[in-house]
Design a binder for this molecule. Sequence first.
Ligand code: ADP
Ligand code: MG
Ligand code: MG
Length: 249
Amino acid sequence: ANQLEIRDLWVSIEGQPILKGVNLTVPKGEVHALMGPNGAGKSTLGKVIAGDPEYTVEQGEILLDGENILELEPDERARKGLFLAFQYPVEVPGVTIANFLRLALSAHKGGDVSVTEFYSRLQHALETLEWDESVVSRYLNEGFSGGEKKRNEILQLMVLQPKYAILDETDSGLDIDALKIVAKGVNAMRGPEFGALVITHYQRLLNYIVPDVVHVMVDGRVVKSGDKNLALELEQKGYDWIKELAAQS
Ligand code: ADP
Ligand code: MG
Ligand code: MG
């Protein structure tokens, strides 16, 4: 099965249940959006897929192309082709973007990527993201604005070329230009060998990344899935009707 599948996932933190039976499948080749009100558990799901040890998985499975990855460390998950943007949010003194990308690439499944291939990916990514080549000699995240950190994250995505990416765009204090850049990178990655779950509270990002499927999470469960029009409906009607729907089921 070429898909990222979350099956009946129950997760708690400090004894407090947060995810309460999440079912969600992203087939390779598709881009799905995960929406929902604040506190629904969207970021928790992203972090659990990434392997954040802070959370306790009580039940369920996360299957990457049919293999349960729940027992794997975050770096092992990355080697399987999962992109974990939140793994490196920090400044890394003395490591340039170029160095970092090469290190990340050898830590990922792409350890056998040639130098020529590396530079060709890098070039293509920089062009897509409208970023000057000189940026790769800057130190990772040092003095980066929110928009630059976001660009750098998408640069990583484009150079690593993972099989699946989870992108949590919820807390984006990003302006529309930064959103467009994120969208350009994700859209450039689209194709039969790539699947993505884009987590977002707001509909506007989905004007630029048009999702194949939209899932809505309420109170730790995916309560509704639909096509891109579901995002527009949520934008117009808010989340109250869907909370009611969730309470009834
Ligand atoms: P969303 O991303 O949908 O806004 P989150 O996954 O951030 O939701 O949070 C879901 C719920 O889990 C919230 O009620 C939040 O307070 C709680 N939660 C998340 N992370 C932690 C944590 N580290 N410690 C305690 N509670 C947490
Ligand atoms: Mg939140
Ligand atoms: Mg969140």
